[in-house]
Design a protein around this ligand. Sequence first.
Ligand SMILES: Nc1nc2c(c(=O)[nH]1)N[C@H]1C(S)=C(S)[C@@H](COP(=O)(O)O)O[C@H]1N2
Ligand SMILES: [Mo]
Length: 518
Amino acid sequence: MNSSSKPRALDPWRRRSLDVLVAIAVGVGAVAGSYAAVGARPSFLAAPVAGWVTAATPDAVVTWAILTLGSLGQSLGFVLALVLTVGAVGAVAVVLRRLGRAVGGDRLATTVAAAVTIGILTAALTASPVSALGAGLGAGIVLLAAGRIDPSSGERASAADRRGFLRVVAAAVAVAGGGALVGSRSGAEPTADTATDAAGSTGDSVVDDLLAAASARTLDLPDLDPLVSQEFYQVDINSVDPDLSAEEWSLRVTGAVDEEREFTYDQLTGEPAQHRFVTLQCVGDALNGKKIDTALWTGVPIARVLPDLPDECCVMLRAADDYFEEFPMAALRRGFLAYRMNGQPLPRGHGHPVRALIPGHWGEINVKWLTEIEVLEEPADGYWEQRGWHGTGPVNTVAKLHSVSKTDTGVRVGGHAYAGTRGIDRVEVSTDGGQSWSAATLSDPLPGAVDARTGESLRETAEDAWRMWEHAYDATEPHEVVVRAVDGTGDVQSAEERRAFPRGPSGWVSREIDPRRL
Ligand SMILES: Nc1nc2c(c(=O)[nH]1)N[C@H]1C(S)=C(S)[C@@H](COP(=O)(O)O)O[C@H]1N2
Ligand SMILES: [Mo]
């Protein structure tokens, strides 16, 4: 303790608020340092904490957040994880500083000890020396700045505190800003949407021709995604996606098999590849929601790489993010292992380097970052089924209504329609609240699978892709539009209104339209 001529103990409140300030600043420094070093990767200090936050959150809340709020739900959880990480690191730093003072250690030694400890803790959490170095350095910089605001007493203490306060805040802000800048760059990657050149060419003429065919078949309506989505929705159980390289990736076939097998990326991509247009839809999509998209995927049919799968009931697909989904073997036999998307390597957010595509089924069994196919003798529950969902089956038939625009004499409506492998036979539109129906115009079906090397068509039309529809009609008065699809088997989309949980949304999309207000 300092002693002055007029001893005046630092009041506990001020001491505590100084400690809190230093704690927050050091926590921010460590988190920013780790982020600068590795970006938004699993080795980022807050990533494991985000995993715990998800694990500790009640399933119902997680489900609601991921599926209803979508990315917002995930970022709320992530913000909580950031706050917790900052708090935990800060607490460690303050305890060590107090310890250092108590044993009379000098400032520099205490700072170094605290920074090293934070680095070691980061390494233990993330198993990444780079992330640990970043965290230790970030924390160390802020700790050095904090060096002289040790709670003290005396006449000049408060002026010194004020300067120290500013110094710590400035250091934390600088480290956080620098970290955010560096980290966001290192985490950046070209996405499937932006990696074409200015003329829209991918450099592969077979892919270019297919994408050109898709854009020629797109119905050009306002507010409507083309047949190949410009931005593909994303649903993940984690805030930070796995970051696998093709070299380190392998796919193991395990469980009820005579002999376990393992494929490398080179072995997989050495097989004859196909391009396929495939639509994915999340079981948690809203009836007229947008968690449905289509891309041109490149990969290999599972039946080609695994022609002799045993006759068991089911399989469990497992992934690098500890995700797992179980479904019937019959569905897997028709599946596809995709490693490119719209002519580019599979983006990280969509499962780099390899994901499964299972025709006609809800998105959830289209496992990303696929690492293992386990053959099961008995059915089991997957990640979402353990949480009450039944999303492993075929999709429901749906016609969405996303475009409403004015014409000279009335209204034009349009959207997408999807029925998995059943296909869309027609879309019907009612402009009188469901009393009478007329057939909408459908886009031509997307092309079927194509041999990636020769460009030869292997199938006339896409097996599992949406169509677009449009309908224009005369109207001047307000009215209710209802749309419904009829699938390739002749079944009309179910009118029964059900929310997404647990089997996917159902019902007919309807909308009040006032032509005078368009
Ligand atoms: N490994 C893994 N695969 C996954 C998921 C996941 O969180 N982890 N989400 C599933 C869900 S619920 C859906 S709807 C689709 C979404 O695929 P996308 O993000 O490429 O659109 O991926 C599925 N595959
Ligand atoms: Mo999903």
